[in-house]
Design a binder for this molecule. Structure first.
Ligand code: DP6
Length: 360
């Protein structure tokens, strides 16, 4: 598949007006995407669990414009309120995808969007938000071209999401998605995420992710800046090789269900991500003291309880606590008793592995 195949030749009919709506989840990377080339091409492959509870619902009302000009035309409402500050991000997204969705300037859009998780929770909404919007535009396109297959729909929805935010391309399907080429995984692509193509051991069914909200403040360093700092980073090439190797290792783990090895890869990936931040120049730290307290408590409890609870981190201070369904009766009480006190205002979100976006 090449990028050109996402440029449509022509449409059979363009509706004058309609409504499209999607609910799209967030995702949590097990193997991290950190470092990219131009046009959101990742420097290494990444693999994620699609989440279930943390999601964005987006409804787009589209109407043919009478006086078309060279600008995009849209109104944006977030949780029922007009949001001027989100406009530039959407405009940039529309500009990036226009080549692949040539009808965008023909319409005025009213975009209504809302998240299931609190806005200022420090949970990145770009993955669920960008993928939900991309899916709405894909649904429009499917209305204009009845020959679009489900495979093409999913690939292009992921491709467009990627242009909004890299990690968003992993939110279309579930429960496991790989984005970025690797020899170990057939069909993997730098252009879009694919549903993990191999059989996965049942121990990963219904895997839990309890998200501990340690710090809800604005990040001091955005992901975009962080990715950029991987250019010229002294450890970048070794890091990218390590991610390739981890994809191979995880392939065996997924088939055999070896949770000790799973934990080793996932926690190492999380700490490596933050090590890359700490060894960038300028350097920065996104973890907070409570992030470390949680990690130490998890290690201690794991040793004592002989369970398989582990953690991962995204680009922030929050901690994702991962554990299998058959250990939830031991692990969840531990989280409630020992870890919630490290969360800002005691806030946490109970999530689990999910199956991907849903059309509404
Ligand atoms: C640490 O997808 O937010 O969460 O492509 O610039 O929008 P942009 O970055 P973004 O980066 C997320 C990085 C990460 C790891 C991951 O999700 O793989």
């Amino acid at each position: 598949m090449t990028e050109k195949e996402f440029i449509p030749a022509s449409y059979t009919a363009l509706n004058d007006e309609g409504i499209v709506a999607y609910c799209s989840p967030s995702n949590i990377a097990l193997i991290k995407y950190w470092g990219k080339r131009e046009n959101q091409i990742p420097a290494n492959p990444s693999i994620s669990f699609t989440l279930d509870a943390c999601s964005t619902t987006t409804r787009v009302h589209y109407k043919k414009r009478i006086h078309k000009n060279d600008e995009f035309s849209f109104d944006l409402f977030f949780e029922g309120e007009a949001k001027e500050e989100f406009q530039p991000k959407i405009k940039t997204f529309l500009k990036r995808i226009e080549k692949y969705m040539p009808f965008l300037k023909d319409y005025h859009f009213v975009i209504n969007t809302s998240n299931t998780f609190p806005h200022s929770s420090g949970i990145a909404s770009s993955a669920s938000g960008m993928s939900a919007l991309a899916l709405c535009f894909m649904e429009m396109e499917r209305g204009f071209d009845k020959n679009i297959t489900l495979e093409y729909f999913n690939q292009k929805a992921s491709f467009l999401s990627r242009l909004g935010s890299g990690s968003a391309c992993r939110s279309i399907q579930g429960p496991l998605v790989q984005w970025g080429e690797s020899d170990a995984v057939e069909g993997s692509s730098n252009l879009f995420g694919i549903k993990y193509p191999y059989e996965v051991h049942p121990i990963f069914n219904n895997y839990h992710d309890t998200i501990l909200l340690v710090d809800k403040g604005e990040k001091q360093v955005s992901s975009t800046v962080g990715h950029d700092l991987m250019h010229g980073h002294p450890f970048a090439s070794n890091r990218f090789k390590q991610a390739d190797t981890n994809v191979e290792k995880l392939k065996i783990v997924f088939s055999k269900g070896n949770l000790d090895e799973f934990i080793n890869i996932v926690e190492s990936e999380a700490l490596t991500l933050h090590a890359m931040m700490m060894t960038s120049n300028p350097y920065f730290i996104l973890m907070k003291p409570n992030t470390l307290s949680i990690i130490n408590s998890i290690w201690k409890f794991r040793e004592e309880s002989k369970t398989h609870v582990c953690f991962t981190l995204d680009a922030g201070a929050n901690v994702h606590v991962l554990y299998p369904e058959n250990e939830k009766d031991i692990v969840f009480p531990f989280i409630k008793d020992k870890l919630i006190s490290f969360c800002q205002n005691g806030q946490y979100i109970c999530d689990r592995i999910g199956l991907g976006a849903k059309k509404l």
